[in-house]
Design a protein around this ligand. Structure first.
Ligand SMILES: Cc1cc2nc3c(=O)[nH]c(=O)nc-3n(C[C@H](O)[C@H](O)[C@H](O)COP(=O)(O)OP(=O)(O)OC[C@H]3O[C@@H](n4cnc5c(N)ncnc54)[C@H](O)[C@@H]3O)c2cc1C
Length: 438
């Protein structure tokens, strides 16, 4: 097959993960890098459709979510420096994690201990009683809260597009509006087939990195990886909060999840980087990674694709099924959604929720043991695949992507590329320092 393009490394997916992977590759190797995305521009999916919080890792189990926690810890400083250099928003909102019920106070204490275990400084967190919280945030009612003062609100899509702009100026190529529809191993690398508005084209590469977010499992499976895993897609819906109450609350307010065994948080109140206030997200099951509206019934056959066993096992779990129904209820009824946040901001009223904000979709990977807690990296000759790269993945992307490149490098998968002498790239982020942080 004649390829219309040739590149040393082809990265599928120009979300925050794909662009940071491309950044490290272009920084530490003298090689050609091409990024391709089914959307016309970078960062159009999960990267633009999230809560926009730079999370500190106090709420992440230091064992089960070690890599996510470490990635978030290391990346904050990289993002902050980048935001300052590029003049992008960095809003030091801070986050209150509130206990509404007595039993939740224990969870806050656990979070504080996890924060320290995950490398946070003790001065970053403060355990407060309900009165302390009320004196700082009069609209918030709770028994206690863990305040994380170093959480911030940002625009991850702006970060991603600005990195891409810098990459383009260094010779990295971007193929927008190209969906990978076929791929096969070839000559130690891969031959990728893309569909676009102009028809089909092919790119031959020495190595392919799959950072395709909600599409990553399908790409991996096309190349023979992760065959025993399935994915469930959860749409996170947000409402904009309007009126006086909105501006009275100055920090993010979260609550520990009611069902911590499942991989999403309960709806929170968020102060966005642009100053707007939102509540959300819920977690509504939809049949595909891009079903941003409606029930997506036409995508149902795809949702039932093999392997079905992990999904069937979950559907036999009554707790999970009742959670799904609750989440659907909060999608269909504004009052139900409002009620979930009203438990800690009692003055919130459905009349303040006049319009939806942008929805995002989380694609959670499930295996024989149920939901997978960390991102998974599959590697083989000519390609590597990151699946289940979920929250707080936008926060952790600069460090996590360096870790991926380091793993590929140290295991010899990138041996055909010529290393540069310098490992501090044009964004000023040091590869060696970042990987040493793990
Ligand atoms: C509702 C919600 C709230 C969140 N809140 C936060 C938060 O506050 N803080 C935080 O740190 N994280 C948050 N996250 C997680 C974070 O957004 C993700 O971890 C992160 O954006 C993932 O980046 P990505 O590059 O892997 O995925 P994406 O941004 O989705 O990028 C993957 C890209 O691959 C492309 N692609 C897919 N298939 C193909 C194909 N076949 N061919 C070509 N291109 C393809 C897609 O078009 C997409 O642009 C949230 C996520 C959700 C869903």
């Amino acid at each position: 097959m004649a390829a219309s393009r040739q590149t040393d490394v082809l990265v599928i997916g120009a979300g925050v993960l794909g662009v940071t992977v491309a950044y490290w590759l272009a920084s530490i190797y003298d090689c050609t890098v091409t990024l391709a995305d089914r959307s016309a521009y970078a960062g159009a999916n999960a990267t633009a459709r999230n809560t926009g919080v730079i999370h500190r890792p106090f709420y992440l189990d230091p064992v089960k979510k070690r890599v996510f926690a470490r990635s978030a810890l290391i990346s904050r400083g990289l993002w902050k420096a980048f935001a300052e250099e590029e003049g992008l928003p960095w809003s030091p909102t801070g986050t209150y994690n509130v206990a509404v019920e007595e039993r939740e106070i224990r969870t806050l204490e656990t979070y504080q201990a996890w924060g320290v275990k995950n490398g946070m400084d003790t001065t970053e967190m403060e355990l407060l009683d309900g009165r302390d919280v009320r004196s700082r945030e009069p609209e918030v009612t709770c028994r206690a809260a863990l305040y994380s003062r170093t959480d911030a609100s940002v625009d991850f899509a702006a970060f991603t597009r600005r990195i891409l702009r810098r990459l383009l100026s260094k010779g990295v190529k971007f193929l927008g509006g190209r969906e990978l529809v076929g791929v096969r191993r070839e000559g130690g690398g891969a031959l990728a087939e893309f569909a676009s508005a102009d028809g089909r084209d092919f790119v031959r590469c020495g190595f392919l990195v799959n950072a395709a977010g909600g599409g990553a499992l399908a790409v991996a499976q096309r190349m023979g990886f992760a065959r025993n895993f399935g994915a469930l897609h959860f749409r996170g819906e947000y409402w904009v909060v309007e009126g006086q109450l909105a501006s009275k609350v100055r920090s993010n307010v979260y609550r520990p999840p009611k069902f911590p065994q499942y991989p999403f948080l309960d709806p929170h109140f968020v102060v966005r980087a642009d100053g707007s206030r939102q509540i959300g997200p819920n977690a509504v099951v939809v049949p595909g990674p891009y079903v941003y509206s409606g029930a997506g019934l036409t995508k149902l056959p795809r949702a039932l694709e093999r392997p079905t066993a992990p999904k069937v096992r979950l559907l036999a779990d009554r707790g999970f099924v009742s959670l799904i129904l609750r989440e659907w209820r909060s999608s269909l009824s504004k009052g139900a959604m409002c009620g979930r946040v009203k438990e800690f901001i009692p003055t919130l009223d459905p009349s303040m929720l006049k319009r939806h904000a942008v929805f995002g979709i989380r694609s959670s990977v499930i295996g024989a043991q149920g939901f997978v807690s960390e991102a998974l990296l599959f590697k083989g000759e000519g390609s590597a695949h990151v699946i289940n790269y979920n929250s707080p993945g936008a926060t952790g992307a600069p460090a996590y992507s360096a870790r991926v490149v380091d793993e590929l490098r140290s295991e010899g998968f990138l041996a055909r590329l010529r290393p540069r002498k310098e490992t501090v790239g044009f964004l000023g982020w040091s590869f060696d320092d970042v990987v040493a942080g793990f």
